[in-house]
Each structure stands twice: as C-alpha cells, then as structure tokens.
Ligand binder design. Structure first.
Ligand code: GTP
Ligand code: MG
Length: 373
C-alpha cells in the first residue's frame, strides 16, 4: 500500500497549468492576486499557459464556478493539453472532486500549491514534521477524491466493499500519523523551551524578524550577522528559521531570529502546524516587521503582519518597521515614503544602506528603554 502522503504525485517541473482567478473589488487587487499565484507556480517550476479571470458572482456551491465557465476551461484544456488546473480560491474537498470529475484533470487549489512548496523547501527534521502535519491535515478530508475508488464490488447490503475498506484503512493510518506528528511537535516545543532558557541565562535580548514571504528577512539577518543562511527569489525560502548573533555596538549584542514568511489568507491548519516556529515571536524582546518597499502590495503585507501579530497576542510588543529593498526605489519615491513614515527605518540588505541606522535603533530599544520579558 502506498504511503498516504504519496497519494498525490509531486512532480511539477515543466508541467503546463491553467490558472483560474476571481476578480477582487479593485482591479489592482486582482492583478496582485494573479501575480502571487503565478509566483507560487513559478516557485514549483510550473508553466502557466493560460489565466481565466472570472467575476465572483458566478460562484456556484457544488462546482464553485458555473458550468458554462467550466465548459470554456475544458475546451481550452482539451485543445492545448494542460496537465492541471490551479484554482485561485480555496476549494472544499467536494468542490475539488466535482471539478476534477468534470475536467478530467487534476485540480490544485491555492492551499495545495503552498503545501507543495512547503514540502520542497523544508530541510530540517522539525520543518519536515511541520510540513507533513499540514499536508496530512489537508489530505484527510479529501481522500475519496484522490483516486481511491469507493467501489462496492464484492460487498452486499450493509457490508463494506473493498474500496471502502481501503479508504478506511488509509483514513485510520493518516489519523494515527497526525497523532504521532503532533506528539513530535510537542517534543520540539519542549526542546525550544530549553534553548530559550539557556539564551535567557546568557542574558542576550532576542529580536524576531517577521514579514511577508520574499521581502528580504533572511537577507537582512545575513548582512547584519555576516551569515550565509539560504536566500532565494522564491516564496517560502525559509521554513527552518535560524537564530544568529548580531553585534550592535560596543559590548552590546542581540540574537536575531528568522521566521517563516507570511502570505495573506493563509489557511488555518498551516498556521497551526507552524505555530511552534512562529511562537518564537512571542518570546522576543523586540519585533522587526520587514516590508518590501518596492512591492505594489504594501497594504496587503502590512495587514497580514498585523493579523499574525494579533494571532500571537504580540501586537503590543515593541517593534520597528523596516522597509527593505530601497535600492529598487526611485529617489523621489523614497523621499515621499520617508516623509510619510518618519518612524520607519529604510534599508537595503543588498547594498547594506541603512543597516547601521537599524542597528542603532535596535540598540536604543533594547538597551536604553528596555521592556524585557
Ligand atoms: N534588490 C534587492 N533585493 C533584495 C534585497 N533584500 C533581499 N532581496 C532579494 O529578495 C529575495 C528574497 O530574499 P530573502 O532574504 O530570501 O527573503 P525572505 O523574506 O527571507 O523570504 P522567505 O524566507 O521566503 O519568507 C532574494 O532574491 C533576495 O536576493 C534588497 O535589499 N534589494
Ligand atoms: Mg527567508
């Protein structure tokens, strides 16, 4: 019997996909959403051959979108030979199965796309456990759609057929695995607690770096600590956050902790799985909220960060807003932003500009007005 997590194949490289997105209230939001889905696909090396953009008022519950729209998509798929369909919104297991049955190709929603990226990028034992938990929690309610037939051949009334029995075995195995993974995560949390206590004994303040994915969190930590943590122009490069010592000024140091990149509307079970990693933020003395100042979706980045800070009950902690990638800004735009946000620190992890100011500000917050836990 295949392992439950291998039920869906994970080979995406060079595969052709059709993207379906739904119009948002504002046109630029639709564009942002489309770009984000294209970037997620690119991270998995998928080729998007066509994007269908539909108005959300055509939404139907059992298929999510109207039959006419699906027929239009099917005609394109049959002519152009797409390998699968990527759906911009989250689908229920039933909707996903119904659309797959209609189109006769595999359908992946935004959540599944993110889960596959997580699967590719998790390297440490801890990262892998967290990703597997998120993947299995996603798969469990969708098992019937994943090619496991529910045939009743061989079963009489009230007696389960072989398909159903197989399904129940899979279900039980997945539930058992989820239970084991949760236990392992509890073990990881205990281990983290020991590390935290040992840091406390050394009395070094902790700075957590959070922000939307790909804004340059890891690059800033690398530059400030002369490290070489993994950086890439991909979404979710960091799934195994590391902590590095940063020298601030004479006799003053801090520890900087990286975190998993955020994305708007991240499904709940993913946050659940990564909670032990994100919880590092709760134990920090200061939070650096990093934004990509060259990105058109600053509002979305900001709202997502605030949402996660609330979720972690950290919205009242000392924090510094950092606008990264200033090297990509036109001087006049930088000038406008600096005037508008005088409290924000503008930096470029690439050129190093502004990082001395950032160190100074961190030092002031940690050592001159310390609100230590
Ligand atoms: N031009 C420019 N690019 C930058 C700067 N900082 C980071 N980058 C690039 O932005 C991309 C993402 O950088 P990372 O440091 O991996 O970003 P991250 O926030 O850690 O991303 P995740 O771990 O995926 O959440 C990489 O291609 C970096 O080279 C900067 O100051 N200027
Ligand atoms: Mg990173």
């Amino acid at each position: 019997m295949k392992s439950p997590k291998d039920i869906r194949s994970n080979t995406f490289i060079g595969k052709k996909a059709v993207l379906v997105v739904f119009k948002c209230k504002k046109e630029f939001e639709t564009e942002e959403q489309t770009k984000e889905l294209e970037f997620l696909s690119k991270t998995l090396r998928i080729k998007i051959i066509k994007t269908f953009v539909y108005k959300p008022d055509l939404v139907r519950s059992s298929l999510y979108i109207g039959k006419g729209r699906l027929e239009e998509i099917k005609e394109f798929i049959d002519t152009e030979g797409a390998d699968f369909l990527i759906f911009g919104d989250e689908l229920t297991p039933v909707q996903q199965r119904n659309i797959e049955n209609f189109l006769k190709i595999r359908v992946i929603d935004r959540t599944e796309l993110i889960l596959h990226i997580f699967g590719e990028h998790a390297k440490s034992k801890e990262g892998k456990i967290q990703v597997e938990l998120a993947q299995l929690s996603y798969i469990l309610p969708r098992l019937t759609g994943y090619g496991i037939s529910l045939s009743r051949i061989g079963g009489g009334i009230g007696i389960k057929g072989p398909g159903e029995m197989k399904l129940e075995i899979y279900r039980r195995r997945i539930k058992e695995k989820i239970h084991r993974l949760k236990k392992s995560i509890e073990g990881i949390e205990r281990h983290r607690e020991i590390i935290r206590k040992s840091r406390k004994r050394k009395n070094l303040p902790i700075v957590a770096v959070i922000g939307y994915t790909n804004v340059g969190k890891t690059s800033i930590i690398n530059k400030m600590s002369s490290s070489e943590l993994y950086v890439a122009n991909k979404l979710f490069s960091t799934l195994d956050p590391a902590t590095r010592g940063v020298y601030l000024r004479e006799n003053k140091m801090c520890l900087m902790t990286d975190t998993v990149g955020l994305l708007h509307n991240i499904p709940h079970h993913m946050i659940e799985a990564f909670k032990s990693t994100l919880e590092e933020v709760s134990f920090a003395d200061l939070i650096l909220c990093v934004y990509d100042s060259s990105s058109p979706n600053m509002d979305r980045q900001y709202n997502t960060v605030i949402e996660v800070l609330k979720l972690l009950s950290c919205e009242d902690k000392p924090r510094i807003d950092v606008y990264n990638k200033l090297d990509l800004l036109q001087p006049e735009d930088l000038h406008i932003l600096k005037n508008r946000y005088p409290e924000t620190v503008f930096v470029s992890a690439h050129s190093g500009e502004g990082l001395d100011v950032l160190k100074k500000r961190i030092g002031e917050v940690l050592y001159e007005n310390p609100v230590r836990l």
